[in-house]
Design a binder for this molecule. Structure first.
Ligand SMILES: [Mg+2]
Length: 220
C-alpha cells in the first residue's frame, strides 16, 4: 500500500507522467515542417530534439525558449530558421489534444484516487498552453489546483513551485505525494520541499520501493 498514512493529496507532473507527444515530438515537427516544404523524417527530428533538449540552458518554458529549441532542432536543415517561418504554427500545434496521448494508466488511476477522496493537483514546468490543453484532454476535471512554472517564474527543480502547491492546497508538504518522471525535476526537488515523492518509470522494471512502473500501483 503506497497511499495512506498522512497523505491527503497527490500532485502529478504532466509531460512524460500524464501525457506524451503523439505520435512523437518528431512526428509533429515533421508534419508542420512538411506543410512549409521542409521534409525531414520524424526519427531524425526526434534524435535532434533529444540532443537540443539535453543541452538546453536556463530553459524557462517561455515562447522565446521554445523558439530557440526548435531552431536548434532544425539547425543546418533549413534556412531561414523555423523562428522566422513555421515556429508559431508548431507552437500552436501542441495546444491541440491530437498532438498528445494520455498514458493508459492515467484515467483509471485518477478515477480511483478521486473515489477514495484523495485530493489531486498538477505541478508542471509548462506555459500558458497547459490549462487549455488539460481542459481539451478532459483531464482538468480531476485537479483542484494546477501550478504552472511560467506563472511563478520558477520552474522545477526550484522547490518554490512545491511550496506554492502546498499553500494552494492548504496542506503541509508532508501530507502531499508528488509523482513525476524526472528524478531531478520531480522526485529530488519535491523531497527537498518536504513532499513525499515517487518516480514513474513505465519503461523500466521496478527498481526500488519508491519507483512505479504504472500509476495503478498507487491505488493498490
Ligand atoms: Mg515530466
Amino acid at each position: 500500500m503506497i497511499l495512506g498514512g498522512k497523505i491527503e493529496a497527490v500532485t502529478f507532473d504532466v509531460g512524460g507522467t500524464l501525457i506524451e507527444p503523439f505520435p512523437s515530438v518528431g512526428h509533429v515537427y515533421s508534419q508542420v515542417a512538411a506543410r512549409h516544404g521542409v521534409h525531414v523524417a520524424p526519427e531524425v527530428l526526434n534524435t535532434r530534439f533529444a540532443a537540443a533538449w539535453k543541452s538546453r540552458k536556463n530553459f524557462g518554458h517561455s515562447i522565446s525558449d521554445w523558439s530557440g529549441l526548435v531552431d536548434a532542432t532544425f539547425a543546418g536543415l533549413v534556412d531561414p530558421m523555423p523562428s522566422q517561418t513555421f515556429f508559431h504554427e508548431l507552437f500552436t500545434e501542441f495546444t491541440k489534444p491530437t498532438a498528445w496521448r494520455i498514458f493508459d494508466d492515467v484515467i483509471p488511476c485518477l478515477e480511483r484516487l478521486q473515489d477514495r477522496k484523495v485530493r489531486l493537483a498538477v505541478i508542471s514546468n509548462w506555459d500558458e498552453r497547459l490549462r487549455p490543453l488539460l481542459h481539451a484532454l478532459n483531464l482538468a476535471r480531476f485537479f483542484e489546483a494546477t501550478i504552472v512554472s511560467i506563472e511563478l517564474g520558477a520552474p522545477k527543480p526550484d522547490p518554490q513551485i512545491f511550496v506554492t502547491a502546498a499553500q494552494q492546497l492548504h496542506l503541509e508538504p508532508s501530507q502531499i505525494l508528488h509523482i513525476g518522471d524526472s528524478l531531478n525535476e520531480d522526485v529530488n526537488c519535491a523531497r527537498a520541499a518536504g513532499f513525499a515523492a515517487m518516480l514513474i518509470a513505465r519503461e523500466k522494471p521496478p527498481a526500488e520501493n519508491e519507483q512505479l512502473s504504472s500509476l495503478l500501483q498507487l491505488c493498490g
